[in-house]
Write a protein that binds this ligand. Structure first.
Ligand code: SF4
Ligand code: SF4
Length: 640
């Protein structure tokens, strides 16, 4: 990669989309020259400014907009305060109804201005980027892949997500659901392209050591992170970049968290994730393994040790156990315990008929792992129905096409549709809309289950799901082993119960805990602890948001001075090409269904080089500026 420091202005930034030097006037609007640390601090600074702008706007409408970087709008609103005060002054002694209506209208505008100033001056984000929990600029890294700039593409991904290879394999890719290309064809394979970029860059040094060289932590400014999973490690990395010293406490003897313990190797081979975990830890975090919060130390101990804040990212470690499923000696097993066992020993054997209870992604992982362990027949039984096959429907709202989604989501399996399709292709029988209500035990072992069809799923006043059974639909299933995977929740025993909490960010679900006896430092929780079982990318996003929260609350490295602001005007579909090839998504190379169940080998080998380039070229660059549309076409035609 070109030495970024040696370049000046035009194309200095590896995300630069300006095709020709003559078009470099666009550099004026670009935030791309900021590196990872600068972007991070800018984000933290932006949050602080947004907060301040609300107070300023409440005192003087328009001042908040000026403060948060929207001078034109701010100037427009500045006359509002003199107008209101002038009206009150003029009306003294001769007040009438007309003046009352005018005053109410001015006050309403005042309130709206205060609400509006929170929006700040963010750059335009295409729908894929807006849908990504970590805000990864998909269109930009896909475009770099299209141009053959694999290293630059990977560095851009890494600037937003420290685990690109892992996320490229396990992300549930909400970005693809919003992709504009999916509205008249199949969405761009954004997730697979991320994996492609990571595979192409495997073995190269990541950007983090380079970024860390510019930062130095301070022993007096230290923050504790509890839990060394993706969320905790992400928080640790971004805290280091914000200038804090970080200690990570982990109950297990190793770092990595849920993906390392439970993700089946056929989806996420251990070595990929381990490599990415190690390179984050190598940046200088103080990892303290074998330390369990509540048993080996308390929050008060952390405060006494001088930590200025605590981020809790311990995951949702307690499985929900069904009361009627008996004990393990009778052929019942907890699904997560089974996954952990398989991960430790992929040679684990399991014969006979297996019944998996649950309709989520963990239940499917359990079922697919049981098949690979040699089970004769694997069935998944769940209350919910299979997601309906339906034509996508859209409506037009605020100049955009939005998809209409079913409202009553609890009636449908929470597992991802592609996971359900893969499990069914491998031979797992999915018994949706059914419930095992009683088990047959012979000689101390489970032998089968009595089941009923489910009419619908209601919810009681506490939010608990209550199935309504259909009369006369009883049927029996043979089962030599029953595996349960019906959810998990965080363990709050270290606090003696669920704490009082309040959300502290609009970007990612992180909660600040209050009312903890004797603890005055900020205690923030994120990932599974705030959301219940969350996806890996949501945990990573929460970790980054928690780091920014501490940066705002406790102060940190000096913020950057920003010369460039992005004010791109959205031009949906500026790279629009409509032909059968452009509508079709390029498939990943995968093992055939028969080969898959013979071992725990990775099912997908990702996109081939040719497919990846073709797939990247399908992206329509929805973030491209409208005024440059003609030049964009020329750029695509001429290349570079
Ligand atoms: S076409 Fe490209 S830029 Fe547009 S939403 Fe899809 S991935 Fe994003
Ligand atoms: S992390 Fe997931 S949601 Fe975000 S861009 Fe990648 S695949 Fe999409």
């Amino acid at each position: 990669m070109a030495d970024l420091q040696a370049l000046e202005g035009y194309r200095e930034c590896h995300t630069c989309a300006v095709g020709k030097k003559l078009e470099a006037s666009r550099c004026r609007f670009c935030t791309g020259r900021l590196d990872l640390k600068d972007r991070l601090l800018l984000e933290g600074e932006k949050g602080r400014r947004e907060k301040g702008s609300i107070y300023l706007s409440a005192l003087l409408p328009g001042a908040g907009h000026l403060y948060s970087g929207r001078p034109f709008v701010g100037t427009l609103f500045l006359p509002l305060a003199p107008l209101t005060l002038g009206l009150v002054w003029k009306g003294q002694g001769s007040w009438n109804w007309g003046m009352t209506v005018l005053l109410l209208a001015l006050l309403l505008s005042w309130v709206l201005v205060v609400l509006d100033c929170r929006r700040g001056s963010g750059p335009f984000r295409p729908p894929c980027q807006a849908a990504c929990p970590a805000g990864i600029p998909c269109s930009q890294y896909v475009h770099l892949l299209d141009k053959g700039k694999d290293r630059e593409s990977l560095e851009l991904i890494e600037a937003f997500c420290p685990f690109p290879g892992t996320i490229g394999r396990v992300c549930h890719h909400p970005c693809e659901e919003e992709c504009n290309r999916g509205k008249d064809g199949e969405p761009v394979a954004i997730c697979s392209l991320k994996r492609f970029a990571s595979d192409q860059g495997a073995g190269l040094e990541s950007i983090f050591p380079r970024e860390m060289a510019k930062t130095s932590g301070s022993p007096e400014r230290k923050v504790a992170v509890v839990g060394a999973g993706p969320s905790g490690l992400s928080a640790g990395l971004y805290l280091l970049l914000c200038g804090f010293d970080v200690s990570i406490f982990e109950a297990r003897d190793f770092a990595g968290g849920t993906p390392l313990v439970y993700a089946p190797p056929y989806r996420l081979p251990l070595e990929f994730y381990q490599r990415e975990v190690d390179r984050v830890l190598d940046l200088g975090m103080d990892l303290r393994p074998g330390k369990k919060l509540g048993a080996d130390f308390s929050l008060l101990d952390l405060q006494n040790e001088g930590f200025l804040g605590v981020y809790l990212a311990m995951g949702a470690g307690v499985s929900v156990r069904l009361p009627h499923t008996g004990s393990e000696s009778e052929g019942f097993l907890d699904g997560r315990d089974f996954l952990e066992q398989v991960k430790k020993d992929p040679g684990t054997k399991m014969g006979g008929d297996v019944l998996v209870i649950g309709g989520g992604n963990v239940a499917l992982d359990v079922a697919r792992s049981a098949l690979r362990c040699g089970a004769d027949k694997v069935r998944v039984i769940c209350l919910e129905k299979l997601p309906q096959k339906r034509e996508k429907q859209f409506f037009h709202h605020k100049g955009e096409w939005r998809e209409i989604r079913p409202r009553d989501m609890r009636q449908f399996m929470p597992a991802h549709p592609w996971g359900i399709a893969d499990a069914a292709a491998e031979g797992v029988e999915i018994m949706d809309g059914s419930a095992a209500v009683e088990f047959f035990i012979e000689g101390g072992r489970v032998k089968g289950a009595k089941c009923l069809r489910v009419e619908r799923i209601d919810q009681d006043s506490k939010g608990k799901l209550v199935p309504v059974y259909r009369e006369g639909t009883e049927f029996n299933l043979k089962a030599d082993t029953v595996l349960t995977a019906v959810g998990s929740f965080p363990d709050f025993s270290f606090l003696g119960g669920v704490p009082v909490s309040r959300p502290v960010s609009r970007k990612a679900p992180i909660l600040r805990y209050g009312g903890i006896e004797g603890v005055s430092i900020p205690v923030v929780a994120g990932g599974d602890m705030a959301l219940g079982p969350a996806s890996v990318i949501e945990g990573i996003a929460a970790g980054k948001e928690a780091a920014l929260y501490f940066y705002r609350e406790l102060g940190g490295a000096a913020p950057v001075s920003v010369r460039y602001r992005s004010r791109r005007i959205p031009e949906p579909w500026s790279n629009y090409r409509d032909d059968p090839q452009a509508r079709r998504r390029r498939p990943e190379r995968t093992l055939g269904p028969e080969d898959r169940t013979r071992s725990f080998s990775e099912v997908s080998a990702g996109l081939s080089e040719g497919s990846a380039r073709e797939e990247a070229a399908r992206c329509m660059r929805c973030d491209w500026p409208r005024m440059r549309a003609s030049k964009v076409k020329k750029f695509f035609r001429d290349g570079e």
